[in-house]
Design a protein around this ligand. Structure first.
Ligand SMILES: Nc1ncnc2c1ncn2[C@@H]1O[C@H](COP(=O)(O)OP(=O)(O)OP(=O)(O)O)[C@@H](O)[C@H]1O
Ligand SMILES: [Mg+2]
Length: 251
């Protein structure tokens, strides 16, 4: 395998006595869709929080394109090209869709530029905003107040805000959570589209969706990696079946 675009090395995050992420070493190949699955409380969101810089590890390392980003704050990680969406929708409900994406697009400018706003950076932000709205399929809803959108559209906007930052690698925390079948099918199509020119790391409980899009999978249980491999290998792994798949567990 070529050098992974993102890699963790014995990554750990403790909350007091809880080992939320416990010595996790994973390589994420460039251009692939890599799904992270596992039961509730397995440490999936905490892992994404560490990868995005939203939280800092207790020990271990994180490397993006060979660069040590172990303790890089979220804005630096974002500027390096890592975008994320949240398990709980994290939009600005009183702003329009366009304004929400604008905030994401602007966050990529160096701090000084945000105040000076030279014409070139302004048009760059405009373009990024428009492109993000198109990609998340909300270009017809640009002037709609985000809080008035349907739940599914709000989840799409969440993805749009992430895309507005111009990321190369997307960290998606349960993008289908709480969606009906039709909305979920739309977002699965969107993920397939995004997978054409991004690396995706996807947490998802919907196994049909996971097996429809993932090229690599990691199963986490109790903060640790239980298994990693192709969807076929994971599907046929007896330990994984016992721990997670086919248990009839209610998510
Ligand atoms: N800020 C925090 N403070 C204390 N404990 C936390 C915190 N965040 C997460 N935990 C604990 O860490 C463990 C892993 O939580 P995490 O949210 O990462 O799991 P998850 O795999 O995303 O679960 P779910 O599928 O329910 O979203 C859980 O035991 C959780 O209670
Ligand atoms: Mg979670």
């Amino acid at each position: 395998m070529t050098e992974p675009i993102l890699r963790t090395d014995h990554l750990c995050k403790n909350f007091g006595a809880i080992f939320a992420v416990n010595s996790v070493s994973i390589g994420f190949a460039a251009g692939q869709v890599h799904a992270i699955i596992g039961p509730n409380g397995a440490g999936k969101t905490t892992l994404i929080d560490l990868l995005s810089g939203d939280t800092q590890p207790t020990s271990g390392g994180i490397y993006f394109k060979g660069r040590d980003v172990t303790r890089a704050p979220v804005d630096r990680v974002s500027r390096l090209g890592v975008g994320r969406s949240y398990q709980k929708t994290n939009i600005f409900p009183r702003f329009t869709c366009e304004q929400n994406c604008w905030l994401g697009a602007q966050s990529r400018l160096p701090n000084s530029m945000r105040f000076l706003r030279p014409a070139s950076s302004y048009s760059q932000v405009r373009e990024r905003t428009q492109r993000a709205l198109e990609l998340c399929r909300l270009d017809h809803r640009g002037q709609a107040i985000a809080g008035t959108l349907s739940y599914g559209e709000q989840r799409q906007l969440e993805i749009g805000m992430m895309l507005a930052t111009g990321p190369e690698l997307l960290l998606l925390d349960e993008p289908l959570a709480g969606m009906g079948n039709e909305e979920a099918a739309d977002v699965i199509e969107l993920l397939k589209e995004l997978a054409k020119d991004h690396t995706l790391i996807l947490i998802e409980h919907d196994m049909d969706a996971v097996f429809a899009v993932a090229e690599a999978m990691t199963v986490m249980v109790s903060g640790q990696v239980l298994a990693s491999g192709t969807p076929e290998v994971i599907r046929n792994n007896a330990e994984v079946q016992d721990a997670y798949l086919g248990t009839g567990e209610d998510h």
